[in-house]
Design a protein. Sequence first.
Length: 225
Amino acid sequence: MKPWDGLISEEEQRAYAAAGFGRRAGLGRKPALLVIDVQYRTTGTRPMPFWEAVAEYPTSCGQVAWDSVAQIRRLMSLFRSRGWPVLFPHVSPKESFDGGRLAAKVPALMTVPAESYAFVAEVAPQPGDILLPKKHPSAFFGTPLASYLVDLGVDTLVVTGCTTSGCVRGSVVDAFAYNWRVLVPQDAVYDRSATSHAVNLFDMAAKYADVMPTEEALAALGALP
């Protein structure tokens, strides 16, 4: 069963399939792992129900975030064992000059305490990982991400983190536009809205990425030379 089954009608899914959408592109030979915005501001300091989490940090996604962290940790373990690149696109604490349309649209993002921007310890960067501070949803916008990937010879991006409908989707679309193969482990990305999470996974699977459970992703990645 796919995350969007029961939400996207069978008729709509058939319409996409009839147009040829949704085929899997497969993996290349040199993957890199993107861990996007897995910081305490999006998870909370511990697993807790959503409404408790947002009382701590208004940008937290609650328990679903910690469920995804467990899956990201599994993927990260494989990448580290293979010596494959791990990159951390992340938002740094907001300054007054970062306001712009963001402050007007989502003012809470400008007031989250600085300590909440720390990486979640279970999947935190290690020496040799690449840190990519960003100011906007896509991990590519205004960052040297593409340059690093070219230098590393990467041909496939495994995209994890937060949020499915925002920074994950923006990064996936841009990666696709640059002609990288993209894999999204569906339970290693998270969102505060279950509906938005499922709909965006459906759309990415149809157009931009291979979407599958982490278990299946690990098997496919583990089979690479």
